[in-house]
Design a protein around this ligand. Structure first.
Ligand code: ADP
Ligand code: MG
Length: 275
């Protein structure tokens, strides 16, 4: 097995998350446990993949990392800071800068009434306080970084293709110079060739910036291309976790084997060369 030790940027240990699901006849809250005892590390400059079918708890883990759902038990440490200690739903600003998110549907996460450049500028202004020519210069740099011609900044989200919209969402996430980005099904709505272009972009940004990703997908084929390590979730538990090649080459659990058997062979996908 490849040595992949080293200091973790994010360390999740025995994480349990549950949602309130109504009240009992006595008026007491009922809970539904959806994440059970999940542990994994995200290393600096690396990608950890979370895979599993719909409803297996992937987004819930992402939301726990973003401090958007209560952490019932266990621990999430970012660079040594315990996330559980942050007030619920309101992580400190330094953490909101350090940990960003890119969602599946950019049209839902971008403001339809804002030009693409203003969407990115708003985030840069919020995180850096830049104004005037410094601000427009930084926005131009971010457009370059994500491979978008600057003139597309004059368009509204609906006037951009799905891949271009997702590049705007990535540029906005980069505005705070994050150390970790949670990519929740970030390429799942895109067609196969756009998917591979956006994944190449994420990979390039990782090489340039040393940013880490938690890459969430229901699609094992996609995850294999970008992740150093992967965890396979089934009903809120890891049934397989480890280095991507080990999990794919020697899956321990029948659920992982079934998922792998269901992956269509995709000759268009060259594996990205990972550092
Ligand atoms: P995935 O991202 O793998 O599709 P989720 O993390 O979204 O899975 O959901 C895991 C489980 O938690 C599902 O059974 C889902 O119905 C449930 N769930 C998700 N969000 C909530 C919520 N806000 N309240 C109650 N149950 C939820
Ligand atoms: Mg989800």
């Amino acid at each position: 097995m490849t040595d992949n030790s080293g200091n973790a940027l994010l360390k999740i240990e025995a994480l349990d998350v549950r949602y309130e699901s109504g009240r009992s006849v006595w008026g007491l809250p009922r809970y539904k446990n959806v994440v059970h005892g999940v542990s994994f590390d995200v290393k600096p400059g690396q990608t950890f993949g979370l895979v599993g079918e719909s409803g297996s708890g992937k987004s819930t883990i992402g939301k726990a990392v973003l401090r958007q759902v209560p952490i019932h038990a266990g621990s999430i440490r970012f660079d040594g800071h315990e996330i559980k200690d942050f007030p619920s739903q309101s992580a400190p600003l330094w953490y909101r800068k350090a940990v960003q998110v890119v969602f599946q549907n950019p049209l839902m996460s971008l403001n339809p009434r804002m030009l693409a450049r203003d969407t990115v500028a708003e985030a840069v202004r919020f995180h850096t306080g830049m104004t005037g020519s410094a601000l427009s210069g930084k926005v131009g740099d971010l457009f370059n970084d994500v491979g978008l011609p600057r003139k597309l900044g004059e368009r509204y989200p609906r006037e951009l293709s799905g891949g271009q919209q997702q590049r705007v969402a990535i540029a906005r996430a980069l505005a705070s110079d994050p150390r970790l980005i949670v990519c929740d099904e970030a390429v799942s709505a895109l067609d196969v060739s756009t998917q591979s272009h956006v994944m190449e972009l994420l990979h390039k940004l990782q090489n340039e910036r040393g940013v880490s990703y938690i890459f969430i997908s229901h699609d094992l084929g996609v995850v294999r291309n970008i992740c150093h390590e992967v965890g396979v979730l089934y009903q809120g538990r890891f049934v397989d976790v480890g280095m991507t090649d080990d999990v794919y080459g020697n899956p321990k659990h029948v659920y992982t084997r079934n998922l792998l058997d269901a992956v269509p062979k995709m000759p268009n996908f060259d594996r990205l060369q990972m550092a």
